[in-house]
Design a protein around this ligand. Structure first.
Ligand SMILES: Cc1ccc([C@@H]2N[C@@H](C)[C@@H](O)[C@H]2O)cc1
Length: 450
C-alpha cells in the first residue's frame, strides 16, 4: 500500500440522499453548447470531420479569430423552457450542461473573465434561465466545467519552469474562483462534471484538486463530483495510487460501455456519456459524415448501463442560434415514447445479479423486489431462457404492458426456466416483469454489493 494523503477521503459508494437520487435518476441529458456551435464543424467552406468542439485546433484557427465568435453568439432561438420540455418528454431525470468547455467561453456572467455571456449580443445570464427552466420541470441540474482553458493565458500543459509554476498557480486560483462562483450563484446545482484534467500540470496538482473538492463540498453540502476532477499527489487520476476511486462516481466511460458481462463495474457508481453521432459533442452542421445512432441503439445502451449499476448521459449539441436540431428532437421523441411505457425498468433500478442471457438485460428494483427483463433479441427458439440460483424459484412472468395477465413458464431443470410468450410481435424492445423468490426468505434479494 502506498501512502496516499490526497486520494479518496470518503467511503464509497455514498449512501446519502443526494447520491441515492443521483443513482435512481439513471438517465441524463448532456448538453454541449458554446462558440463552437456557430461554425458547427465547417470553416471557410471546408467541413472538418473531427469533433466540432475541437474545430479551432482542427482548422488551425488563431485564438483571437476563434474568440471573436463571441460577437456572433446572439442565439435568437434560445428557448430553455422548450429545451426542458424536450428533455422531460425524453424521460431524463438530470441534465449536465457545459458551463465552460476547453475554449474557455463561459455561459454565465463570470466575475473572473470577460470571455463570457455578458460580452455577447445576448448579454443575459443564459445559465440562470437554463437552471430555472430545468428545475421547474423537476430535472436535476449538473454543471460540466473544463479545467483546461485554451483562452486563459496562464494555462500550462506542464510545469517546467518557475514561470510555468507562477502562471499555473494563477490558473488554479482562477479555477477555484469560478467554481465557487458557480456553486454560489446557482445553489440548485447537484453535481460538477470535470473535464480537461489529463495534462501533467493538473497531474502535478493533486493536493490542490483534493482541497478544491473539499472546499466545494463544504460550500454545497451533498455536491456530487465525477472521478475526472481528481489527481492524487502521485499523479494518479480517477483511481488513487492505491486503486481507490476518487470523486463520487467513475466517469471513464466516454462513448463506450463496459462489456455487458463485466461484473467489476457493479461494485461502484459510474456513468457512461454518449454522443448520438460517432464523435460529435458540439453541434456539427453535417451529420452525414459518420454513423448516427438510432433511438433503439441508444435505448439498449441505457438499459445495459442500468443493468450494470451505471447511469447513461446522452449528449445533445444545440445549434449556434439556440435551436435544437430536428434529428435530436426525433431521438428525444422516440426514446420518450419507449420510456413512457417501460421506465419502471430503469428509474430506481440496478443490477439483478442474475446470469445474463442473450435475449437482453435484467434490471432490479430493490424497493419493490421486482426483476425486469428487457428483451432486445428475439430467440429463434421462441422461448426466453432464465437461469436462477438453485435456492430461487421463478413464480410469475408478466408483460409490463399488462396485455396478458401472465406468461407461460416451464421449468426445465433445477436452475433453468423457459418463458413461453403466446406470440412475439414486438418491433420494439419490451419488458417482462419477473417475480422470483428465494425459497428460504420468500423474497428475491440481491447479493449485497460490496
Ligand atoms: C481527446 C479528447 C479530449 C476531450 C474530449 C471532451 N470530453 C467529452 C466529454 C467532450 O467534452 C469532449 O470535447 C474528448 C476527447
Amino acid at each position: 500500500k502506498k501512502d496516499v494523503e490526497y486520494g479518496q477521503y470518503n467511503g464509497l459508494p455514498r449512501q446519502d440522499q443526494a447520491m441515492q437520487k443521483w443513482r435512481e435518476n439513471r438517465f441524463g441529458q448532456f448538453i454541449h453548447w458554446g462558440l463552437y456551435a456557430i461554425p458547427g464543424g465547417i470553416w471557410e467552406g471546408k467541413t472538418y470531420p473531427y469533433a466540432s468542439e475541437f474545430l479551432r485546433g482542427s482548422a488551425k484557427i488563431a485564438t483571437s479569430t476563434w474568440d471573436s465568435l463571441i460577437y456572433q453568439f446572439d442565439i435568437p432561438k434560445y428557448n430553455p423552457k422548450e429545451w426542458a420540455a424536450i428533455a422531460k418528454n425524453m424521460g431524463v431525470k438530470y441534465v449536465t450542461i457545459t458551463t465552460k468547455h476547453h475554449e474557455g467561453f463561459c455561459l454565465w456572467p463570470s466575475e473572473y473573465t470577460d470571455f463570457d455571456i455578458e460580452n455577447t449580443p445576448y448579454k443575459k445570464d443564459l445559465l440562470r434561465e437554463f437552471v430555472d427552466a430545468y428545475t421547474a420541470v423537476g430535472i436535476d441540474v449538473n454543471f460540466y466545467y473544463s479545467v483546461l482553458d485554451w483562452h486563459h493565458p496562464d494555462w500550462r500543459y506542464d510545469i517546467k519552469s518557475d514561470e510555468d509554476r507562477a502562471a499555473f498557480e494563477r490558473l488554479k486560483q482562477f479555477t477555484k474562483n469560478q467554481l465557487v462562483e458557480l456553486v454560489t450563484r446557482y445553489p440548485e446545482v447537484k453535481g460538477l462534471w470535470f473535464d480537461g484534467t489529463w495534462d501533467n500540470s493538473w497531474k502535478k496538482s493533486g493536493q490542490f484538486s483534493y482541497e478544491l473538492e473539499k472546499l466545494l463540498k463544504n460550500k454545497r453540502p451533498g455536491l456530487i463530483v465525477n472521478s475526472r476532477m481528481r489527481a492524487d499527489e502521485h499523479g494518479s487520476r480517477h483511481f488513487d495510487s492505491n486503486g481507490i476511486l476518487m470523486g463520487d462516481y467513475e466517469s471513464g466511460y466516454e462513448r463506450r460501455l463496459p462489456n455487458p458481462t463485466d461484473k467489476e463495474v457493479l461494485t461502484r457508481d459510474w456513468e457512461c456519456c454518449m454522443t448520438i453521432p460517432e464523435n460529435q459533442w458540439g453541434y456539427h452542421k453535417d451529420w452525414s459524415i459518420s454513423h448516427v445512432k438510432s433511438p433503439l441503439e441508444l435505448i439498449e445502451m441505457l438499459v445495459q448501463c442500468t443493468s450494470q449499476n451505471g447511469n447513461f448521459l446522452l449528449n445533445f449539441g444545440p445549434m449556434g442560434n439556440g435551436d435544437i436540431r430536428p434529428e435530436e428532437r426525433e431521438v428525444a421523441k422516440e426514446i420518450g415514447e419507449w420510456m413512457k411505457v417501460n421506465s419502471e425498468a430503469i428509474y430506481g433500478c440496478g443490477p439483478a445479479d442474475l446470469e445474463k442471457q442473450d435475449w437482453g438485460y435484467y434490471t432490479y428494483n430493490e424497493k419493490n423486489g421486482k426483476v425486469y427483463m428487457t428483451v432486445f433479441n428475439n430467440p429463434v427458439l421462441g422461448k426466453y431462457k432464465i437461469r436462477l440460483p438453485k435456492s430461487h424459484t421463478l413464480k410469475k412472468a408478466s408483460l409490463i404492458t399488462k396485455q396478458v395477465e401472465s406468461l407461460e413458464i416451464k421449468q426445465i431443470s433445477p436452475t433453468d426456466y423457459f418463458i413461453i410468450p403466446d406470440k412475439i410481435n414486438n418491433k420494439k424492445p419490451f419488458v417482462i416483469i419477473l417475480e422470483i423468490v428465494d425459497r428460504a426468505s420468500g423474497k428475491f434479494h440481491q447479493k449485497a454489493l460490496t
